[in-house]
Design a protein around this ligand. Structure first.
Ligand SMILES: [Zn+2]
Length: 228
């Protein structure tokens, strides 16, 4: 006689959290992982070792939330350390390469809940592999938006402030800022409404927010006479 199988089998699934820099991706990832930990689920958390901005052994959001994590060099390393886990969190998925898609599929097939956060676009605004592929196969997708540092509109682009041509240049506020579509395309010409124009380029400056309109003179309505 064969052993009885479990009546309920968890099918596993993939959740993807994408957005620009400073959109709260890591914060949202940590929030979900914390809730799983509170429910006493076995959680394994990973991030690429290339991203050592906040140390190698924890995820840290820009809002200073922290959770211990393991640094991995490749997507396949995740498989090695995720055996026991029911919930797997992966941050900065765009740095783990195309193998990450297969790895996530395998983990989900084993009944695990896989949550991946990452940049959906690179600094040129191009889809940042393997996040687009993960978005296609995921059951749940969350897009987080930042706020444009120039004009305050919702921002989904990571604008690189210094000229570096490599696609992957890990950096923080010194190198990147969140921008809306319009301010991203204006590049260096984008100027905050209350900021002085950059030196030497005043003719090219395109103010982002509409300038306050001069107050219109009110015409007296026809047929209305001043009393007195
Ligand atoms: Zn803007």
């Amino acid at each position: 006689m064969t052993e009885p199988t479990q009546a309920f089998v968890n099918s596993g699934w993939i959740e993807v959290i994408v957005g620009s820099m400073y959109s709260g991706k890591t914060e949202e990832l940590i929030r979900r992982l914390r809730r799983a930990q509170i429910a006493r689920q076995r959680v394994a958390i990973f991030k690429p070792s290339i991203d050592d901005r906040f140390g190698r052994d924890q995820l840290v959001s820009h809002s200073e939330l922290r959770i211990p994590s393991r640094a991995v060099k490749t997507a396949k390393d995740v498989l090695r350390y995720a055996h026991e886990a029911q919930v797997i969190g992966i941050d900065e998925g765009q740095f783990l390469g195309p193998d990450l898609v297969k790895v996530c599929e395998r983990l989900a097939r084993r009944g695990k809940r896989v949550i991946v956060a990452g940049l959906d676009q690179d600094y040129l605004g191009k889809p940042f592999e393997p996040m687009p592929q993960l978005l296609a196969i995921a059951e749940y997708i969350t897009k987080t938006l930042a706020i444009c540092v120039v004009c305050g509109n919702p921002a989904n682009r990571s604008y690189r402030k210094k000229r570096r041509t490599a696609r992957v240049v890990v950096g923080g506020a010194d190198l990147y800022e969140a921008r809306c579509r319009r301010c991203y395309e204006l590049g260096r010409r984008a100027v905050a409404p209350d900021e002085p124009p950059p030196p030497g380029g005043s003719d090219e400056v395109v103010p982002v927010a509409a300038r306050p309109r001069p107050a219109r003179r009110r015409r007296p309505r026809r047929g209305v006479r001043k009393a007195g």
